[in-house]
Design a protein around this ligand. Structure first.
Ligand SMILES: O=P(O)(O)O[C@H]1[C@H](O)[C@@H](O)[C@H](OP(=O)(O)O)[C@@H](OP(=O)(O)O)[C@H]1O
Ligand SMILES: [Mg+2]
Ligand SMILES: [Mg+2]
Length: 403
């Protein structure tokens, strides 16, 4: 088995336990709802603070657990959050996992401004052991030298959905537009020298809810793509495994000529509600009812990984390296990938063949950008599981854009 992959999966599972505990453990859930009786703005602020703490703590737990097994990796793990947290009194506290559960509880008590029961509940989950049983993972005989690896962590993706906590959204064609199902924990590992993703895990902490107990169960998906070896978790399939033509066609009469026309939609695409109106219209023309909108960059990529859609695209600079690295690794293991939207269109416009697809890389920042935006996926992205889907999508897109 690949020890690093195993540890990454275990860390993501523990992160999912913490994310679930914050919603299911009474003492923690109270922190989400306690200010509801107060005025709107103070409730929102407190809720945001608690969620920020959950986000920061999860990221620190992931780092701590991976580094405990692989000392030295701490220099190469980066994430969305910084570990400095400001509590209600304005004190800046460095959130970290301490050597013992009691010490972690004491630190969290300080962060939570004296809410000891909640701090103890959180510390207990932080220090618990997470068993991973995965026969496919056990059979992976691949050792990747840790000194060549960097890691991107998004401790909670689709934070807004996590805060809202809607559990009863209904899927359309298997896709949730919003709700707790869109929340994911993302850990992507890449090669430090090339920036190419090597392995990744997408953990969906709220995948299924037991109707009787109301308890949430999670799911996780992983993939590894290293030196020509490509392995992925059992629930996944490459797109070659199903080659039936699943176009959706409609027959209608042309409004002016009265002639019968056939309109077939070959693609399914998921995108963000933040996409521009022009691109939304084009995608809608291309996909008809197979155009979906969903929350969370991680969840949208997961829809491609699972084959629920052919493409996830976004033309703007809205996502970051930590949003895409995990899914990118899994898609590479499945024969797909994630490419830069703008670069693809440039190549196509110039009539160049794309022998080298403009894949996103994870080891260099965006020149000239500041702060977090150094790590934004500038120029947008297109995630795909099959190169054929990507090519067809791009040809049609170019035509519709009039390039
Ligand atoms: O929740 P965090 O970890 O901050 O990550 C966000 C991504 O960075 C954004 O790109 C996502 O927005 P879009 O899916 O609208 O691009 C955003 O999706 P959302 O606005 O639907 O929640 C999140 O995935
Ligand atoms: Mg996040
Ligand atoms: Mg994110």
């Amino acid at each position: 088995m690949s020890d690093i992959l195993c540890e990454v999966i275990r860390a993501a599972e523990k992160a999912a336990e913490i994310a679930r505990a914050c919603r299911s453990e009474e003492a923690l859930f109270q922190l989400l709802v306690e200010k509801r009786k107060g005025n709107e703005s103070s409730q929102n602020k407190f809720t945001m603070d608690f969620i920020t703490l959950a986000d920061v703590l999860i990221q620190e737990v992931i780092k701590h657990d991976i580094v405990k097994k692989f000392p030295g990796l701490e220099h190469n793990i980066s994430g969305e959050e910084s570990n400095h947290f400001t509590n209600e009194l304005g004190d800046v506290i460095t959130v970290k996992v301490c050597p013992t559960e009691e010490e972690t509880a004491a630190l969290l008590n300080q962060v939570l401004n004296g809410k000891m029961v909640a701090a103890e509940v959180l510390a207990r989950v932080v220090h618990q052991d997470i068993p991973i049983t995965d026969p496919v993972l056990d059979a992976v005989k691949l050792e990747v030298p840790q000194s060549t690896l960097g890691i991107w962590v998004d401790p909670i993706d689709a934070t807004y959905q996590y805060i809202k906590g809607c559990g009863d959204s209904a899927p359309i064609h298997g896709i949730y537009s919003h709700g707790l199902q869109c929340v994911t924990i993302l850990i992507g590992v890449y090669d430090l020298s090339t920036g190419v993703p090597v392995m990744g895990v997408i953990n969906q902490p709220f995948a299924l809810q037991d109707p009787k107990s109301s308890r949430w169960e999670g799911q996780y998906y992983w993939g590894i793509s290293y030196m020509g070896t490509k392995i992925f978790s059992t629930q996944l399939t490459t797109s070659d495994d199903h080659d039936e033509d699943d176009s959706i066609c409609h027959i209608h009469r042309h409004p002016d000529s009265g002639e019968i026309e056939y309109e077939c939609h070959h693609f399914s695409v998921v995108t963000s509600t933040r996409e521009t109106e022009r691109i939304k219209t084009i995608l809608s023309d291309m996909c008809g009812e197979r155009l979906h909108f969903a929350a969370g960059a991680g969840y949208k990529s997961l829809c491609v990984v699972l084959g629920l859609v052919d493409i996830y695209s976004i033309s703007g600079d809205y996502t970051f390296r930590w949003d895409s690295c995990a899914a990118h690794a899994i898609l590479l293991s499945l024969g797909g990938g994630i490419v830069n939207w703008e670069e693809c269109l440039k190549h196509m416009k110039n009539g160049e063949t794309m022998l080298d697809l403009p894949h996103l890389v994870y080891n260099v920042d965006e020149a000239g950008a500041d702060g977090l935006y150094k790590w934004s996926n500038k120029g947008g992205l297109i995630a795909f599981k099959s190169k054929e889907h990507l090519e067809n999508f791009l040809s049609l897109l170019i035509e519709k854009l009039g390039l």
